[in-house]
Structure formats: C-alpha cells, structure tokens
Ligand binder design. Structure first.
Ligand SMILES: [Zn+2]
Length: 231
C-alpha cells in the first residue's frame, strides 16, 4: 500500500492515468483536444531516485503534455524528461521533440536519424528507462522505422502504431509486418500501451495470434513499388 494511495489521489487530481505494478510507473498523459496527436507516456521510477531515467515515449504533435509533466513530482533535482524515445518518426508522435529538447535538453532516441535525434536505436537495444529497462524491437509495418518497446519485468509493450488487432482478413500488408507480428506473438505481455488506442490488458496473445492469422490470409505484397506505395 505504502504511497500507492497518495499516488492514486495525486494522479486523480491531475486527471492522468497511471499504473503501479511494482517498479516503473507508466503515466498516460492527456492528449491535446485540438490537434491530431498520439498518446504520450511518461515513465518514472517507483521512488524517483537519482539514478532513475525519466523517460517520455512519443511527445506528440504539440507541447500539450508539457504542462502536465511539470505538475508531476519527477524527482528532486532531476530533469523531468531526461530522454525521449520515438516509436517512429511521424508528426503525430514526434513533431514536438524540439520543445522538450529546448526545455529539458532531453536526449532523443529513434530508429532513423533526424533533425533532433541524438541516438539511433537498433534491434535488441536495451535502454534504461525510469528504474527499469526497455528492449527495442524493430517492428516495421505501419512504417519502416516503427519500433515496439518491451519491459520484461512488468510484461509491458509500448506498441506505437504497430497494429496488433486486425479482426478479419482482407487488407494489404508487407512481409516485414508479418514477421513483426510473428515476433510479438512470442512475447509474454500483460499490458499494451499503444500510440492511439486504449491500453489492452487481456487476451493479448490471442489477439496477436488472431491478427497474425488474418494477415496471413490477406494479400502480402512482394514488390518494392507496392511496398513504397503502402508505406
Ligand atoms: Zn500515430
């Protein structure tokens, strides 16, 4: 119980959702009502210790989440956003990166190089985040630079815009996306925090397996021209 009740009250006051399953805390920030933007997640350590790395996954289109972040207790003498990880470089996920770089000097990680990117990620990359770690999984499909981030201890997947729920066959997909789903289907996942949807907390393996089956029964493109069109 400890501080959990205090945290519940604190976060309720700030109209944010969070989870404390022990260790890393995932805070779902409110989205800007006026623009098309993604869901942003702030990862904080359980006790805001000096060695924790305050991490923001996908800052979104504008700086809307900044005010919310400023209201959180992110650790005495610590920078509220020490690093940013982009799940892919679409505007609704990363357009506001420069605002955070200017405000906090945040270090930015992404799969592909870009104006504000400090470090390029690779498949299997382990990044310290909050008081735990995230593993980078390259999951091309939505875009060629899409990644998922997996926290093994709490079985959390940050899926970005990698589509995990496709209810019926019939679309057009790349072979890379099939491979991405196949890899994700092997993971033990209790919670999915996606780029746009509500968190998924049940039947995750079944959902991914069903999606994989539906995608395999759909049209898989083979030529580079078709692929370029799709991406
Ligand atoms: Zn998106």
């Amino acid at each position: 119980m400890r501080t959990e009740n205090c945290l519940v009250e604190f976060f309720a006051d700030h109209q944010c959702h969070f989870s404390t399953q022990g260790g890393m805390r995932v805070i779902e920030l409110e989205r800007s009502p006026g623009v098309y933007t993604c869901r942003s997640y702030l990862l904080l350590g359980e006790w805001n210790q000096l060695g924790d790395v305050n991490t923001l996954i996908d800052p979104g289109t504008d700086g809307f989440v900044l005010d919310q972040i400023e209201k959180f207790s992110t650790g005495c003498g610590k920078v509220p956003v020490e690093q940013i990880i982009l799940t892919h470089n679409h505007f609704d996920h990363g357009a506001s990166v420069d605002i955070f770089k200017q405000r906090y000097g945040s270090r930015v990680f992404a799969w592909c190089d870009g104006k504000d990117v400090d470090e390029i990620l690779y498949d299997g990359h382990i990044i310290k985040a909050a008081d735990d770690f995230l593993q980078v999984l390259h999951t091309p499909g939505h875009s060629s630079d899409s990644i998922c981030l997996y926290n093994q201890a709490q079985r959390i997947l940050f899926s970005g815009d990698t589509q995990l729920r496709i209810r019926s066959p019939g679309g057009v997909f790349t072979p890379e996306y099939v491979e991405s789903l196949r890899r994700l289907a092997h993971l033990k996942i209790d919670t999915v925090y996606s780029g746009h949807d509500e968190p998924m907390t049940s039947h995750i393996q079944e959902t991914i397996h069903t999606t994989l089956a539906n995608v395999r029964r759909s049209r898989i493109i083979t030529t580079e021209e078709e692929k370029a069109e799709l991406l």
